[in-house]
Design a protein around this ligand. Sequence first.
Ligand code: ADP
Ligand code: MG
Length: 324
Amino acid sequence: MSEFSLIEKYFSDIGQKRQDVLLSVGDDAAIVDVENLKQLAISVDTLIAGVHFPENTSAYDIGWKSLAVNLSDMAAMGAQPCWVTLAIALPKPEQRWLEQFSQGFSELAKKNNVQLIGGDTTRGTLSVTVQIIGHVESEQILKRSNAKVGDRIFVTGNLGDAGLALQSYLKNISLSESDHENVYARLNRPEPRVAFALAQKHLINAAIDISDGLYADLAHILKASSVGADIQFDQIPLSETYQKYLVDHKPYDLALAGGDDYELCVTVPECHVEEFRANAKLTDCKCTEIGSIVEGDKLSFWDKFGNNYTLQSQAYDHFPKDKR
Ligand code: ADP
Ligand code: MG
């Protein structure tokens, strides 16, 4: 199959057909109509086999995840995602693989009203780069630098399942087959919180998506905003599976530093907390208060008895060299 018929067959009809796309896959560049938009939000992320996902990850899941991590960045900015481009390097073009990859990618794109409008296809070690473009009103951009002392801190979903899945894959922990499947789905098919962010952004001061673990990502908000945070670690939302397996001496480490959750961490000013909570109930997205922004520059973890929690390692190395 020639390069061009491959592009035509697998990449020319991915995602939602949008009215504002004047030219899509097939010309030298894509053309979109931005007449009614003011600010564009632009972001790019690369996933490399064996680094950002295990080598044996299914094509469908790679397609899904490569878009999901970019949608998650749009959510964290309060931006409405619109268009994506895809640069993909493939060791050898296998039809079945391409079919499933484009299915995973397209399904999530359609859910989010996003269209694939162009890209580049080359031969090489499997790597997938997705660039995403969205729009956001300037007064509602969710910056990392806007957290204020007194803000309450919330996170969406559950934390730690993706980290648990990776530990299971690396055989550091042994899960039952069904538990492994549950958490593995969370690692491979994260649900980017776009709808939640768009519905709540007018009530939020600062936001970040949790890709490297709450500890590392919340620290970015604190640094950018010159504030500290007190987190009640026993309030951190954990799945049933997580609660079942993590009874070792550092039970919260994976939830705090496991990475790959792609949930949102947001700070909400006191005056908006009630409305934020009520709105959250209307979305089908779990949302949990875990602490508050304080003066200073420290990130501390406490339980309700005032006990402090210190992490063994502040960010997990996803693929330690001897395990690759
Ligand atoms: P050029 O030589 O002009 O760069 P290409 O042969 O790289 O053109 O691509 C041809 C067309 O196919 C372009 O419109 C490009 O955006 C699109 N395209 C190539 N690869 C992909 C891909 N993986 N996903 C989506 N569109 C792609
Ligand atoms: Mg090209």
